[in-house]
Design a binder for this molecule. Structure first.
Ligand code: FES
Length: 114
């Protein structure tokens, strides 16, 4: 496992979301009630920037079309078959460390049918 420092805890207050980029990939770092979680930063709908979304209690809301995902699990609030990959996080002092080599739980693939 390779943990990488991505932010300070003080930069992600409870109820906040921060977009971070590591090796060209984006992640959404969420603070839900004091617990830090990390999801893939790309929404499975059409690639919206989840790290620029809003946190409503435990649900991360995508800024493009409003899809909601449980930031603790990555599971969609609308369809449990749609998920965003979740990544392990460690806290060391004021540092948020992110495991970027492989997700804790993989995301699903989704084909939008417009
Ligand atoms: S891109 Fe996220 S809801 Fe559509």
């Amino acid at each position: 496992m390779a943990f990488v420092r991505v932010a300070a805890v003080s930069e992600v207050q409870p109820g906040w979301v921060k977009e971070v980029r590591v090796n060209g990939r984006t992640y959404a770092i969420c603070n839900s009630g004091g617990e830090i979680h990390a999801l893939d930063g790309s929404c499975p709908c059409t690639g919206g920037p989840l790290g620029q979304g809003a946190l409503r209690e435990d649900l991360l809301v995508c800024p493009w079309h409003g899809w909601r995902f449980d930031c603790r699990t990555g599971v969609s609030a609308y369809d449990p078959n749609i998920t965003v990959a979740k990544f392990a996080v460690r806290i060391s002092g004021d540092d948020i460390l992110l495991e970027t080599s492989s997700p804790d739980s993989p995301g699903s693939t989704f084909s939008r049918k417009d």
